[in-house]
Write a protein that binds this ligand. Structure first.
Ligand code: NAD
Ligand code: IPM
Ligand code: MN
Length: 360
C-alpha cells in the first residue's frame, strides 16, 4: 500500500460474462494500483442471479453495506435465462435499480469513441465512422424505469400500464452535469434528445434543457428528436459531442452507439451521483450466448476500470495509463472474437494479458 489510507472498491461480478470480464478488470486495476501506489483494496459482494442463488435476494443487505463503506463500486452484469421467470422485484436486474436509487446515481456516462485501430471494426463505412467521439449522458434514476407500473384484468381483458414521470429538478441536474462535462471537452457541444413532438415529459425536458443551456457559458445546447437521433448516429455520428437524454432513450441509443464503434464489448460506463460511491460497469449485459466460453471481450470492463479511477478516485494519470495500454493492444492487432472478423482471435484472459503487457 502507498502513502494514503486503503481505498475500498466493492467488486460485484454478478452473472454470465460479468464474472469473466470483471476478473480481468481487477487484474488490470491491481497492476495500476501497484504502479501508482493507489492503495486499492478489493472486496467482493454478491449481486444479481448469483445473489439470488446464494441468499434468495438480488441485492442482499450485506452487499449494500459493502457499497456504503466503499469509495467506488465495480459491477459486471446481472441477469440471465435462469432467472427470467421471476417476478419483477425478485429478478437479478432489480439489483441495478436498487443500487442506482440508493446511491442517487442520476448521471450515467457512456462514451463511444472510434479509435483509429478499430476503424475497420465499425460496420459503418470508414468515412462515416472516422472521428466519432461522443458521450451519452443517460438519466438513470427517473422516467419509465421508476414510474408506477400496473396490471389489471385477465385473459383478453388484461391490460398493463407503465408511467413516465420526470420533474424539472431531475431534468435540470442531469442536463447540468452534461453541460459541465461538455465544457471540459474540445467541442463544448450538447445535444439534448427527446420526443417533444409527442410526450409531455419531453416538452418539459426541452424547456428545462434550454434554460440550462442558456445558463452555461461556453456550451452550445441544441435539441434533437430521438428517432432522428437514432438515424443520425448511424449516418453522421461525428456530429455528436455530448448527448443528454432520458433513461429509456439513453439505454437504447447507447447500445446503438456501441454498434457504431464496433462492439458492445468496448463500451464502459460510469454512474454518478452527488457523492461517492459511484458505480462503474460495462454497458453490456451477461451475454448468455457466449458466457462460460472464455471469449468475451474484457475491454469494456477494463475501460470501466479507467472510468472508476478518473471519476471515482479522481486519479487521471492511472485512468489514462489504462486507456493508453488498451489503445496500444488494439494498435498491435490484438482482437477478441467480436472484433476479429475472420482473423485470429484472443480469448478473454489473453486480451487482458495483452493490455497488461502494454501498461507503462
Ligand atoms: P447483452 O449485452 O448481454 O448481449 C448482447 C449481444 O452482445 C450478445 O450477442 C452478446 O454476446 C454481445 N456481447 C455483449 N457483451 C459482449 C462482450 N463483452 N464481448 C463480446 N460480445 C459481447 O444483452 P442481452 O443478451 O439483451 O441481455 C442478456 C442479459 O443481460 C439479460 O438478462 C439482461 O437483462 C442482462 N443485462 C444486464 C446488464 C447489466 O447488468 N448492466 C446490461 C444489459 C443486459
Ligand atoms: C443497462 C441495462 C439495464 C437497463 C437492464 C439490465 C435493466 O440494459 O444498464 O443498460 O436497462 O438499464
Ligand atoms: Mn442497456
Amino acid at each position: 500500500m502507498g502513502a494514503g489510507r486503503a481505498r475500498r472498491i466493492a467488486v460485484m461480478p454478478g452473472d454470465g460474462i460479468g464474472r469473466e470480464v470483471i476478473a480481468e478488470a481487477v487484474r488490470v486495476l491491481s497492476a495500476v494500483d501497484r504502479r501508482y501506489e493507489l492503495g486499492l483494496e478489493f472486496e467482493e459482494g454478491l449481486v444479481g442471479g448469483a445473489a439470488i442463488d446464494a441468499t434468495g435476494h438480488p441485492i442482499p443487505e450485506q452487499t449494500l453495506a459493502l457499497c456504503r463503506r466503499s469509495e467506488a463500486i465495480l459491477l459486471g452484469a446481472c441477469g440471465g435465462p435462469k432467472w427470467d421467470a421471476l417476478p419483477r422485484e425478485r429478478r437479478p436486474e432489480q439489483a441495478l435499480f436498487t443500487l442506482r436509487k440508493t446511491f442517487g446515481l442520476y448521471a450515467n456516462l457512456r462514451p463511444a469513441t472510434v479509435s483509429s485501430p478499430l476503424l475497420t471494426a465499425s460496420p459503418l463505412r470508414r468515412e462515416v465512422a472516422e472521428g466519432t467521439d461522443l458521450l451519452i449522458v443517460r438519466e438513470l434514476t427517473g422516467g419509465l424505469y421508476f414510474g408506477a407500473q400496473s396490471r389489471t384484468g385477465r385473459g383478453q381483458e388484461t391490460a398493463a400500464v407503465d408511467t413516465l414521470p420526470y420533474s424539472a429538478a431531475e431534468i435540470r441536474r442531469v442536463v447540468r452535469k452534461a453541460c459541465e462535462i461538455a465544457r471540459g471537452r474540445p467541442r463544448h457541444k450538447v445535444t439534448s434528445v427527446d420526443k417533444a413532438n409527442v410526450l409531455e415529459t419531453s416538452r418539459l425536458w426541452r424547456e428545462v434543457a434550454t434554460e440550462v443551456g442558456r445558463e452555461t457559458p461556453g456550451v452550445t445546447l441544441d435539441h434533437m428528436l430521438v428517432d432522428n437521433c437514432a438515424l443520425q448516429l448511424v449516418t453522421n455520428p461525428r456530429q455528436f459531442d455530448v448527448i443528454v437524454t432520458d433513461n429509456m432513450f439513453g439505454d437504447i441509443l447507447s447500445d446503438e452507439a456501441a454498434g457504431v464503434i464496433g462492439s458492445l464489448g468496448l463500451m464502459p460506463s460510469a454512474s454518478l451521483g452527488e457523492q461517492p460511491p459511484g458505480l462503474f460497469e460495462p454497458v453490456h449485459g451477461t451475454a448468455p450466448d457466449i458466457a462460460g466460453k472464455g471469449i468475451a471481450n474484457p475491454l469494456a470492463a477494463i475501460l470501466t476500470g479507467a472510468l472508476l479511477l478518473r471519476y471515482g478516485l479522481d486519479h487521471e494519470p492511472a485512468a489514462a495509463a489504462i486507456e493508453a495500454a488498451v489503445h496500444r493492444a488494439l494498435q498491435d492487432g490484438c482482437r477478441t472474437a467480436d472484433l476479429a472478423g475472420k482473423g485470429p482471435a484472443l480469448g478473454t484472459a489473453a486480451m487482458a494479458d495483452a493490455v497488461l503487457a502494454r501498461l507503462h
